[in-house]
Design a protein around this ligand. Structure first.
Ligand SMILES: Cc1ncc(C[n+]2csc(CCOP(=O)(O)OP(=O)(O)O)c2C)c(N)n1
Length: 629
């Protein structure tokens, strides 16, 4: 019956446990049938209820970090009935989104932004004299590993603004969280001396008769000195001048409500540490938290994850081929190292991490660090494969330029999830990497059209003959049914492949969308149309010999890419034409200069017009125009 936090507030505190139970069940019901992230939202059901029960949202600003855990928040804030459309084409976004609801104070998807955003909001409120407004950042222990989160805390500590950071500590990222911070958080949770002292202080503070003869200022001074005794020297957050509270059981909704009611009255920057279990309330998800981070559809009764069945063999996934090829290459070349910032499962580097733990590393949600770390290793002669999703690499752009390209270090960047990723939507689409990589001097930028090519490019990149940074970008999921296990071979850098000669029009493709071209050409043949097809394979350096051949022979050209048209592969071809004085009618198919929302990749490629149908339509149009002329 809850259509907004106002409805929630009409209920008694005693009814909150029932709300928690129903909300949790509804998330299980819907995600099992419609898909989406799972464990993270289950872990913060109590937190979501308590926050909206106590705080005055949307006047008080609530910022969820990453936002994959905000399903409970969405359901409580007017989106209950729409929730089955979550992540579907035209439906709700899988993440908080400013344009979707006034309760979504900040749009998210990438991690570790919440503290900066909430602090910015708090400082703006302070400036405008809105001193009663609260600003809350909910951040996981995984997201807390990023530099950005620390930069924000370092600043928050010296500001007087009302910021409440809630550290949702479940010891998990997507895979188990890594790093010294994780150990520290465990220490702080289990240290008896620290906790006993802190509890006593906490109890005493709760008894302060604020409002009678005891002013808030006096309470605050006493609190500061008592807490100073407890923790200044031993608590990381206190050392950053954030008042530290907790750890609190994040599954005790009453305790959370009471705690928030107290914290509301404490001005300034503060951090509440809560302990939760990812997947709470669904046993299988609690036990195998990585698998249940986003399990796909499942039978909620048996827990069986429903896999599609196929009658014919299916192509391997690019990421699996990457993962297995890493081991194969590393076995032959002792200089090879693998790095992932927090995506061992998603990237499939986990296979190498399991087999060669001293040569493959998860460094936390730290893309910037991952890139500069790789650069450091490369100075010492190692061949580092730094695997980062295309959209997450945006975080580390300066490191790519400053620490790798300018230093001319042969780091190999495997950009997974390049192109439109599907239901995660615009925050996760890998739209920009072709454009942002190809403008950097020294950079080699390549894209395989299938898994065999991926392996050959990986093989080529690690050869001693390559002395430059080397990007290999590939999409999410299945590629093409090829025998990818055959021996790898070197590809000459900067060479494309002529896949098919033709008449009247040439199609130039870059990477996986070349397969859309192949299938379009198959159909066009039946209509008597016969385009030539070139798989350029490298957008930098371009295969100039091949392009001279193309433009001497054809005056109608279509370029196809799954990246932004602005500054992308098609632009590189136009630059080549301009430089060499070629004139041709060029149609560039790619991601337009606007945001592409979420949906299945098929729906999205159809929408932006780079699928086989769109390619066919463009060929017909260009050829028929020339016939009329
Ligand atoms: C910049 C960036 N890198 C990687 C990711 C992928 N990612 C999504 S959720 C997640 C784990 C987050 O862990 P935590 O903050 O502890 O939240 P939990 O899932 O445990 O609730 C990761 C690595 C991302 N969203 N953003």
């Amino acid at each position: 019956m809850i259509d907004s936090p106002d409805d929630l507030k009409k209920l008694s505190k005693d009814q909150m446990q029932q709300v928690v139970n129903e909300l949790r069940q509804y998330i299980i019901d819907v995600v099992s049938v419609y898909g989406g992230h799972f464990g993270a939202s289950l872990g913060v059901v109590e937190l979501s209820v308590a926050l909206h029960y106590v705080f005055n949202t949307p006047y008080d600003k609530l910022v969820w970090d990453v936002g994959h855990q905000a399903y409970g928040h969405k359901i409580l804030t007017g989106r209950r009935d729409q929730f089955p459309s979550n992540r579907k084409y035209g439906g709700l976004s899988g993440f908080p989104k400013i344009s979707e609801s006034e309760y979504d104070a900040f749009g998210v998807g990438h991690s570790s932004t919440s503290i900066s955003a909430a602090l910015g909001m708090a400082m703006a409120s302070h400036y405008k004299g809105e001193h009663d407004r609260q600003h809350i950042a909910v951040i996981g222990d995984g997201a807390m590993t990023a530099g950005l989160a620390f930069e924000a805390m370092n600043h928050a500590g010296i500001e007087k603004s009302n910021v409440l950071i809630i550290l949702n500590d479940n010891c998990m990222s997507i895979d188990p969280n890594v790093g010294a911070l994780k150990e520290y958080l465990t220490d702080i949770t289990t240290s008896h001396t620290y906790n006993d002292l802190r509890d006593n202080v906490w109890k005493l503070l709760g008894k302060l008769p604020v409002g009678k003869n005891f002013s808030r200022e006096m309470a605050s001074k006493l609190e500061a000195s008592l807490k100073g005794i407890v923790s200044k020297s031993s608590n990381l957050f206190e050392a950053l001048q954030l008042r530290y509270f907790g750890p609190v059981d994040g599954h005790n909704v009453h305790k959370l409500i009471d705690t928030f009611a107290d914290l509301k009255d404490i001005p300034g920057p503060k951090l509440l540490h809560i302990k939760t279990v990812k997947g709470k309330g669904y046993e299988l998800a609690e036990k195998d938290q990585t698998k249940w981070h986003a399990p796909g559809l499942f039978d909620k009764v048996t827990g069986e994850i429903l896999k599609k069945t196929y009658e014919t063999p299916q192509p391997p996934k690019y990421q699996d081929v990457f993962g297995h090829t890493m081991i194969e290459l590393a076995e032959a070349n002792p200089k090879i190292i693998g790095i992932t910032p927090a995506m061992p499962s998603g990237s499939s580097l986990k296979y190498m991490m399991e087999k060669m733990p001293d040569r493959a590393f998860d460094v936390g949600i730290c893309e910037q660090h991952a890139v500069t770390l790789s650069a450091g290793m490369a100075t010492n002669g190692l061949k580092v494969f730094c695997n980062i999703y295309s959209s997450f690499m945006q975080r580390a752009y300066d490191m790519v330029i400053h620490d790798v390209a300018i230093q001319k270090l042969p780091v190999i960047f495997c950009l997974d999830r390049a192109g439109l990723v599907g239901d995660d939507g615009p925050t996760h689409h890998g739209c920009y990497d072709i454009a942002y990589m190809r403008c950097i001097p020294h950079m080699i930028v390549s894209a395989p059209m299938n898994e065999t090519e991926l392996r050959d490019l990986m093989y080529t990149a690690q050869l001693d003959s390559n002395e430059l940074p080397f990007v290999i970008r590939y999409p999410r999921g299945e590629g093409v049914l090829v025998d990818w296990k055959k021996p790898m071979k070197e590809i000459q850098i900067g060479t494309g492949r002529k896949l098919k000669d033709g008449e009247g029009i040439a199609i130039l493709s870059f990477g996986h969308p070349g397969n859309f071209v192949t299938s379009a050409i198959r159909d066009l043949k039946k209509e008597g149309l016969d385009p030539a097809h070139y798989d350029m394979r490298f957008v930098k350096p371009l295969d100039e010999a091949m392009l001279h051949e193309v433009f001497s022979k054809f005056d109608k050209v279509i370029t196809v890419e799954d990246g932004t048209i602005v500054g992308g592969f098609g632009s590189a071809i136009l630059e080549f034409m301009n430089e060499h004085g070629y004139k041709a009618d060029v149609k560039m198919l790619g991601i337009p200069d606007r945001l592409v929302e979420h949906g299945t990749p098929k729906q999205l490629y159809e929408e932006i017009g780079i699928d086989a149908e769109a390619i066919k339509a463009n060929v017909r149009k260009m050829v028929s125009v020339s016939l009329i002329v």
